[in-house]
Design a protein around this ligand. Structure first.
Ligand code: UGA
Length: 449
């Protein structure tokens, strides 16, 4: 099928690249002409594992192309994925102006009916508004558009693998023909008839993928309800960690045993500095806001948000306890990205830590495998080094903020010799407290002794 992707951010690029790799003809467009030029020249504007490889192979196979002319993309496609940003407004509501702009473009540029698929994360009822906008803007052409919602559940860092091996594909539709088209678009994934670029044809066995067909409102709600539930789980684990500290238990032992119950599940129970990124914090806010607009007080989500914000304070309680005065101290920060395997620093808890350290007058030296360039632009006062051992040199404390494997695998015996003081405050519970103490470290973490 001929598909257009409007918005070449993270979701748009992964969606476009994976659908091209699965055999469709994809044309991508973006208002950022520089980004389009970069993509046309074979560049990849974001760091995402495997994305460069599949963009390259799709380009060489003539399956993907880029244009800064949205009209060209719209006219040359049968189905259009809207993947533009929906950033938070001051009051927590999502800013849907980019979606409105795209609706106007589609309505005015199209010369034939289209299936318009909303992939951006949006509050419930946006699809219905989108259809109303398309109808209003196309009054003169008399064209009709079908609208569908197809939320994505991709995780940054494993997005390509997630796209090809989803647990479920959710499509919210108003008519059977839209469901049929979406089933066709995803057929290679549902039938597993693609050549997997992640596992080179030897994918691990997996359960059949569920294609869940719902109303548009339900599909939109599924996305926010899923992300908010996962965020809730993390905050729950973090409160358990606080409790473990007070009564002398080990949060890893507690959550591991909890997770063995399939009704609870083992994932998203890792205690630490809390959740960040461009999805959980904003989706939680938008969901609370949406509930508020229809008179539902989503108290538990507000609590989850509050708990998450307090993680930074809890972390600084530990830093203060360990270092006493922060001003003038040389502090190494390991990890800047909001999680491992991404260069994304948006709403990263690590940045909150860096900001607070700088505010309190520490000399910050930071390391991250992918996120240094972006952080440097925000905090030029800090010094940066890709080699973690270099930032640990002469440091009076090391603060772990992101769970990268390179930090997990650090040789702390070697690091200890470089540091001015063997003090480690671990915001991601990466190490064994006993082992670190054996190595002569004063070691602080979350919910473990
Ligand atoms: C999240 C969801 O997991 C995806 O399913 C969804 O598609 C995506 O948002 C989205 O809406 O686009 P992502 O933001 O990439 O994906 O990151 P996660 O892997 O979910 O992690 C979010 C944050 O939670 C990170 O800061 C991570 O460090 C933190 N986290 C995660 C914990 O603190 N503890 C955990 O146990 C798990």
């Amino acid at each position: 099928m001929r598909l257009a992707v409007i918005g070449c951010g993270y979701v748009g690029l992964v969606t476009g690249a994976c659908l091209a790799e699965a055999g469709h003809d994809v044309i991508c467009t973006d208002v950022d002409a520089e980004r389009i030029r970069q993509l046309q020249a074979g560049g990849v504007p974001i760091y995402e594992h495997h994305l460069d490889k599949i963009l390259d192979s799709a380009r060489k196979a003539g399956k993907i192309s880029y244009t800064s002319d949205a009209g060209e993309a719209i006219r040359n496609s049968e189905a259009i994925f809207i993947c533009v940003g929906t950033p938070p407004k001051e009051d927590g509501d999502a800013d849907l102006s980019a979606i409105d702009n795209v609706a106007r473009q589609i309505a005015t540029e199209a010369r034939s009916p289209k299936l318009v698929i909303e992939k951006s994360t949006v509050p419930a009822r946006t699809g219905l508004e989108l259809r109303r906008a398309l109808t209003a803007y196309s009054r003169n052409s008399g064209l009709s558009f079908r609208v569908a919602s197809n939320p994505e559940f991709l995780r940054e860092g494993t997005a390509v693998s997630d796209f090809f091996h989803p647990d479920r594909i959710v499509v919210g539709v108003e008519d059977e023909s839209s469901a049929r088209d979406l089933r066709e678009i995803y057929r290679p994934i549902l039938d597993r008839s693609f050549t997997c670029p992640v596992h080179n044809g030897t994918c691990p066995p997996a359960n059949p993928v569920h294609l869940v067909v719902t109303t548009i409102n339900s599909a939109e709600l599924i996305k926010h309800a899923s992300n908010s539930f996962l965020a809730l789980k993390i905050s729950y684990a973090n409160v358990i960690a606080d409790l473990c500290e007070k009564i002398g238990a080990d949060v890893e032992e507690v959550t591991r045993a909890m997770g063995l119950d399939p009704r609870i599940g083992a994932q998203f129970l890792r205690a630490g500095l809390g959740f960040g990124g461009f999805c959980f914090p904003k989706d939680l806010q938008a969901f609370v806001h949406l509930a508020g607009t229809v008179g539902v007080d989503f108290e538990i989500l507000k609590a989850a948000e509050r708990v998450n914000k307090q993680r930074i304070e809890r972390f600084f309680d530990k830093v203060r306890q360990a270092l006493w005065v922060i001003k003038g101290k040389r502090v190494a920060v390991l990890g800047l990205a909001f999680k491992a395997n991404t260069d994304d620093i948006r709403f990263s808890p690590a940045l909150e830590v860096v900001k607070e350290l700088i505010r309190q007058g520490a000399q910050v030296q930071a390391s991250d495998p992918e996120a240094i360039a972006r952080t440097k632009a925000l905090f030029p006062q800090a010094s940066y080094h890709a080699d973690p051992y270099e930032v640990l040199r002469d440091a009076e404390a090391a603060l772990v903020c992101t769970e990268w494997d390179v930090f997990r695998d650090l040789d702390w015996e070697r690091a200890g010799k470089l540091m001015a003081r063997r003090l480690l405050i671990d915001g991601r519970n990466l190490y064994s407290p006993a082992r670190m103490r054996e190595l002569g470290f004063e070691y602080y973490c979350f919910g473990r002794e």
